[in-house]
Write a protein that binds this ligand. Sequence first.
Ligand code: PLP
Length: 420
Amino acid sequence: MEELMSNRMVISSSVREAGNDPIFHIAELAKKRIAEVGHEPVINSTIGSLMDDDGNLVAFDSVYSTFRNLKDTEIAAYASIAGIPEFLENVVYACFKHHKPDGYIEAVATPGGTGAVRNAIANYSEIGDEVLVQDWHWAPYGTIAQENRRKITTFELFDENGNFNFKSYENKVLELLEKQKRILTILNTPAHNPTGYNISDDEWKQLVEFYTKTANEHPDWRIIVLCDIAYIDFAGKGESARQFMEILSGMPENVLPLYAYSASKAMTMYGLRNGALLCVAPTQEIADEFKASCSFSNRGTWSNGTRSAQATLAKIISNDQLREAYEAEQADWRNTLQTRAKAFMDSAKEVGLKTCTYRDGFFISIPCENREAIRDYLADQKNFFIVALKKGLRFAPCAVNEEKCGRAPALIKAAIDKFD
Ligand SMILES: Cc1ncc(COP(=O)(O)O)c(C=O)c1O
């Protein structure tokens, strides 16, 4: 009845608010200010991509020289539904490098990490289920879950010392397992968005013990652990950040580790939409089932991925010279990012600005109360554009040069003192 009265054409569960993306809005304001006063006086910390010191998007030469050498037909053709074979072979290295875990590994190409998260949610949680994510988290998890008629629920990422909060996590996992008999738990690590937290290898060992014990006690339960590694190549030295992958294996057959690999940040391929969902299955049967379900999902959503992006990754990873050039370029930018983040964290310490535990990555988070008022004040009064999240502010060293990274904490601290 209500439907007939409202002139609404979409179904009730598809009614959405238009244009309410908070990051997009503040990013637009920053762009406008830069157009008015120039780049120099503005700190634009709203962008989630790697930018050079002058605020231009970084696009790796090693990637785009390979891309430009593709034949027109390699760009124009469809990819296979699961991804072109050369991509599927080489994305395994791109994901695990020299830390390939024991197990039956399969990969299915997806449009970015977003597609990988989508396929994991659609195939490893029931309609109506709650998917477990960190309380500080990438907001689209909620969108993807909702779009697929699921929900997200959260645990507290940090304990009182700023380390992984096992109590909160384990309680929530067990609560959901009792209720749903299966759980899909998404852990965005290392270089977590938005805090920069890395789950340490010791913490992973404890998690593996917990999964193993729980799974052995309840063979009818299903535990699916999705590691969202979107930023992994900007953590540690890239390679060392992958040690945990070998820890997360050898568990009972009712535990399945999955990996959402994204070429967006790793290869500066944001708009080319390239990534993969990979499984490290305990049996061939579970790996085959993964491949069949995720390929079917591809066909039923985006059909297939971007062939040129898949071919570029395959050519780079399979050729020693190209791969070394790519990894060297990536390492240079990782160093730049780490230098910028250090400038921010050192100066945060100096001025007494409290942040979430930051180890690596594109973002640093600052817990605070009146974050929208602080964001607006900084934008209006200080030419400083920062993102307000549910639990605080998100600063982006990926997009801000070292000098501005060093200056930002004092501005944030003064604003927090004024409003909180
Ligand atoms: C935490 C996290 N996961 C996954 C993604 C997926 O990105 P894309 O679909 O561009 O690969 C992003 C992108 O910002 C992210 O921040």
